[in-house]
Design a protein around this ligand. Sequence first.
Ligand SMILES: CC(C)(COP(=O)(O)OP(=O)(O)OC[C@H]1O[C@@H](n2cnc3c(N)ncnc32)[C@H](O)[C@@H]1OP(=O)(O)O)[C@@H](O)C(=O)NCCC(=O)NCCS
Length: 161
Amino acid sequence: MATSIRPINKNDETFIDDVIRKEWGSEIIVVHGKTYKPKELPGLIAEENSKTVGLLTYKIERNECEIVTLNSLIKHKGIGTLLLDELKKTAERGRCNRVWVVTTNDNLNALRFYQKNDYKIKKIYPDAVEESRKIKPQIPLIGENGIPIKDEIELELNLTD
Ligand SMILES: CC(C)(COP(=O)(O)OP(=O)(O)OC[C@H]1O[C@@H](n2cnc3c(N)ncnc32)[C@H](O)[C@@H]1OP(=O)(O)O)[C@@H](O)C(=O)NCCC(=O)NCCS
C-alpha cells in the first residue's frame, strides 16, 4: 500500500493532539530545557488510503531544523524513513545547515533508526531528563527495555557536507 507524506493542516489538530497525548504522555514535550506544544508546530503526516499512520513535528530556527516528535503508528513498514526523508527536503528548502533531534538513553530503537538514516551522535547530556521531569512528571522513570530514562542524546544530520 502506497504511503504519502503531506504537511499538516488545520483539520489534523485532533489527530495530532491524540497522538501526542497517547505516545508522549501529555500535550507537551520537554527536552533540553525547552517546552514544546507539538500541535502549535509545523509538521508532516504520513497517510495510507486516507488513514493517518505517522506524524513528525519540527521547528526551524536559525538555519537549524529540530525534530520535536516522530511517531510511526505502524512500525517497520518504512513510514518513519519516509517522514525523515521528507523533512530533509523541507530543511534543505529552508536553507538549514542541519537537522537535529534529542532522544533519551533508553530509546535504543530511535538511536538505531536515526543512525541507520545517517544521523550522528553529537552530544550526550547525562542526567538531563531529571530537569525535564520537574516540568513534565509524566516522563516515566523506566523506559524501553527496562532501562532507566536519564540522559539526553543529541543526533544530527549535517546538510552542509
Ligand atoms: C523510531 C520510529 C519512528 C521508526 O519508525 P518506523 O516506521 O518503524 O521506521 P521504518 O519502518 O522506516 O524503519 C524501521 C525498520 O523497518 C525496516 N523496514 C522498512 N520497511 C520495511 C518493510 N516493508 N518490511 C520489512 N521491514 C521494513 C527498515 O529497514 C528498518 O529496519 P532496520 O532497523 O533494520 O534498518 C518508530 O519506531 C517510532 O514511532 N518509535 C516511537 C517514538 C520514537 O521513539 N520516536 C523517535 C524519537 S523522537
